[in-house]
Design a protein around this ligand. Structure first.
Ligand code: PHE
Length: 340
């Protein structure tokens, strides 16, 4: 009797199948639960004559082990199938892709362009690989003029009009004046190259935005007012500017422009080195020689020009202490501009 029951249960166990984990659990209860059919065999086993105990006991144990093994496998398979199904659930909400941030140089350049476009300036692009004429010659640098040393040039060819990397975007202004008739009101953003040792304060590649306004009766007062408006838009309405006499071959008179320190509000701190002022750009009235070299009548027209480093403006805006951070692309630095 018991032997037949064992055989029939074993056959049932071998034939077991289940579609879902819940069904597999039901099977476990049916066979191996407290009142399960295999568990009940153990009660019956108590009545087995002693000489058969060894053999039948072995068979029941085998049956129990086999059933446990089989049901566990079924459970696992059903679980996996369910998981696969949920991976295909097209109604689940999607994972959001992480968003990148704009580079602080791009943010600052756009802001500078926005401010000046409200004053009627349009943006002009030009080549990074230039000739000597557009970078120096047309801008009133005499061939052996020591001022060429102000900008350490990368040369690509040598000779009379060597091919060089532009050291400033004033070259784009030359190209504009050669082609356009006044009024000219342009902004020239772009990369520039100077042969300098890389440090926290200098890099051999950086970004500039230069501006040019040429028309009848353009005055130094116009220059001052335009730059004041820029400084207040960029650094806050309370910003003040001051102009210090300076020298550039292409402007006369020339000035370095300082803005009142936005950290200490002019009281003096370690950012402005105690002076209350921060240098932001060079500027001046376009030298008549430059206008003539570009085919513009200097008796009829005057103009002003200005040029600033985008890295420097961004440094002052966010108190970035090391220029090299802009070029390293360390995401821990770049992430800080996500919300800007
Ligand atoms: N071109 C100058 C520079 O690169 C900046 C400048 C532009 C100065 C226009 C005066 C007028 O340093």
């Amino acid at each position: 009797m018991l032997r037949e029951k064992i055989d029939s249960l074993l056959a049932q166990v071998e034939a077991l199948q289940a579609e879902q984990a819940v069904e597999a659990e039901e099977l476990r209860i049916r066979f191996l639960g407290k009142k399960g059919s295999i568990t009940q065999l153990f009660d019956e086993f108590k009545t087995v004559p002693p000489e058969q105990k060894r053999e039948l006991g072995q068979l029941i144990n085998d049956l129990k082990n086999r059933a446990t093994e089989k049901i566990n496998t079924i459970k696992e398979q059903a679980g996996e199938a369910e998981q696969k199904q949920s991976a295909l659930d097209s109604t689940l909400p999607g994972d959001a892709l992480p968003l990148g941030a704009q580079h602080p140089i791009s943010i600052t350049r756009s802001e500078i362009i926005q401010i000046f476009s409200r004053l009627g300036y349009s943006v002009l692009d030009g080549p990074e690989v230039e000739d000597d004429w557009h970078v120096f010659g047309a801008l009133n640098f005499a061939p052996e003029h020591p001022a060429r040393d102000m900008q350490d040039t990368f040369f690509i060819t040598s000779g009379d009009n060597p091919v060089i990397l532009r050291t400033h975007t004033s070259s784009v202004q030359v190209r504009a004046m050669e082609r356009m008739k006044p009024p000219i009101r342009i902004l020239c953003p772009g990369r520039v190259f100077r042969n300098e040792a890389i440090s926290a304060r200098a890099h051999c590649i950086f970004h500039q935005v230069e501006g040019l306004y040429v028309d009848e009766n353009v005055s130094f007062a116009d220059l001052k007012q335009s730059i004041l408006l820029f400084a207040q838009e960029m650094f806050g309405q309370g910003a003040q500017i001051r102009l210090r006499p300076s020298y550039f071959p292409f402007t006369e008179p020339s000035a370095e422009v300082d803005v009142s320190c936005n950290i200490c509000k002019g009281k003096g701190c370690n950012i402005c080195k105690g002076t209350g002022w921060l240098e932001i750009m060079g500027a001046g009235m376009v030298d008549p020689n430059v206008l003539e070299a570009c085919g513009i009548d200097s008796a009829k027209y005057t103009g002003f020009a200005f040029g600033m480093g985008v890295e420097r403006i961004a440094m002052l805006k966010w108190q970035i202490k090391d220029l090299r951070l802009y070029f390293e692309n360390d995401v821990r630095f770049l992430r800080q501009f996500e919300a800007v």
